[in-house]
Design a protein around this ligand. Structure first.
Ligand code: SF4
Ligand code: SF4
Ligand code: FES
Length: 322
């Protein structure tokens, strides 16, 4: 049995633009996409460039786009890809600039991880450390919601819909890393507050659209979107509620608590508050909606059974406090 590998090729020294090349190679038992690439490079085309190291889903260096999904090549078997797609198409991951063939420029990715200060504030970054004292974790605090399983492969960043339109967004991997340190019991409370103060700024936690793609592609079940939601909750709990995102959540739950439903006519006011510039924008939009008959009645009725809804709120709050 043979398989076609369709591979993205780009050599900046020779090519003005990228192109695809097809190769035929044998399929063997247990063969992964990475095995196929190594075979191709050794047997057919020594100029093919790609990254890998551990071949065991540990180092994170072999992430690429395989038949349209961002995956680790070393843990993607060829046979199911072939059965599903009829071939194996391999390209660099989206949201990363390409250096050559399947090799991507990860410098922005690492820059963003660096930006969230991925070390405990009570220790110093590597290279500056003056102390070798260990900071053991208190008993029972060791899993960090599985965020520490991240292997920095970048698949979540490639799949992120928010990064696709805004390259300055910190992105799921860096934010998951930030959550790991906000969750760390050894991090002083003031340092956590300072971290959240940075993260609630534009391009931070409130820029995630909650599309869930980062969760779907992560090979290590890190669930970066859940980490971002934990950071949002931590920010609101510490009184960081000035951003549009926080105001949206608080306004939304206030309206549900008061009326049992989302009052869309009042929601924009809840989000922008009473700032003249924001209000001008909302009023202009409101006026256009009014002309098209799209403005709901701001004095709309409350839903029947409101007492039950408030009981849910009370029960949820008591769960949070217990
Ligand atoms: S859930 Fe948020 S962080 Fe994850 S991919 Fe979607 S926009 Fe990006
Ligand atoms: S969160 Fe998952 S997908 Fe994102 S870099 Fe870490 S291991 Fe890769
Ligand atoms: S080669 Fe290390 S994760 Fe694939």
């Amino acid at each position: 049995m043979r398989v076609t590998f369709r591979i993205h090729r780009f050599n900046p020294e020779l090519d003005r633009r990228s192109h695809w090349e097809e190769y035929r190679l044998p399929v063997w038992r247990g063969m992964t996409v990475l095995d196929g690439l190594i075979f191709l490079r050794n047997q057919q085309d020594g100029t093919l460039s790609f990254r890998y190291s551990c071949q065991s889903a540990i180092c994170g260096s072999c992430a690429m786009e395989i038949n349209g999904t961002d995956k680790l090549a070393c843990r993607t078997p060829v046979r199911p890809e072939l059965e599903r797609h009829g071939q194996v198409q391999v390209g660099p991951m989206p949201n990363f600039p390409v250096i050559k063939d399947l090799v991507m420029d990860m410098s922005a990715f690492w820059g963003k991880v660096q930006q969230v200060t991925p070390w405990l504030s009570s220790s110093e970054p590597e290279g500056k450390t003056s102390s070798t004292q260990e900071l053991p974790l208190p008993q029972g605090h060791g899993d960090f919601h599985n965020v520490d399983a991240c292997i920095m492969c970048g698949a979540c960043v490639a799949a992120c819909t928010s990064l696709e339109v805004s390259s300055s967004f910190l992105g799921p991997a860096a934010l998951a890393k930030a959550d790991r340190f906000v969750s760390d019991p050894r991090e002083p409370e003031e340092a956590k507050y300072q971290r959240l103060l940075e993260l609630e700024k534009p391009d931070g936690i409130w820029d995630c659209t909650r599309c869930n793609y980062c969760v779907e592609v992560c090979p290590k079940d890190v669930k970066p979107m859940d980490a971002i939601i934990r950071l949002r909750r931590a920010a609101i709990e510490r009184g960081l509620t000035a951003s549009g995102g926080a105001r949206h959540i608080i306004g939304f739950s206030d309206l549900i608590h008061r009326e049992g439903r989302l009052n869309e006519a009042l929601m924009p006011l809840k989000v922008v508050g009473f700032h003249p510039r924001g209000l001008m924008k909302v009023l202009a939009l409101g006026f256009r909606m009014l002309l098209k008959g799209k403005v709901p009645n701001p004095l709309g009725h409350s839903l029947p059974g409101l007492a039950n809804i408030r009981r849910i709120f009370r029960s949820f709050r008591s769960t949070l406090n217990s």
